[in-house]
Design a protein around this ligand. Structure first.
Ligand SMILES: [Zn+2]
Length: 121
């Protein structure tokens, strides 16, 4: 893959957006908290939840982890290599979705397997 720098930029941008979004949520939580919960014990629980991990929703946490893993793969040189078949993933696909770890045919296969698994259960 040639456009590693571009992929890195996209990933770092996505990372910033998630973090900025989380900070906005925290901001409004604190504002609402001050207005809605004048009880000091409620305020304490709001302060407790200010730990960064609490600010992120589960889905965002997962995405953030994927972004970090993708950035790490850029560093280690395994970025853009399919985890399943070891082939290079199409650059267009990597730039559209840089956190992906499977080429399109493996991804399709895995999704089919997943669906079959659900039907069997
Ligand atoms: Zn593959």
């Amino acid at each position: 893959m040639e456009n590693l720098e571009k992929a890195r930029e996209i990933l770092q941008q996505q990372r910033r957006e998630i973090i900025a979004g989380a900070e906005k949520v925290l901001q409004s939580t604190v504002e609402k908290g001050v207005q809605l919960f004048p009880d000091p014990s409620d305020l304490a629980s709001i302060e407790e939840s200010q730990g960064f991990s609490y600010r992120l929703k589960e889905r965002e946490k997962k995405l953030l982890r994927k972004i970090d893993e993708a950035l790490e793969r850029i560093e280690t040189g395994s970025f853009g290599i399919c985890e399943r078949c070891g082939e290079e993933i199409e650059e267009k696909r990597m730039l559209a979705r840089p956190v992906t770890t499977f080429c399109i045919s493996c991804k399709t296969l895995l999704e089919e397997e997943e669906r079959a698994e659900k039907i069997r259960r």
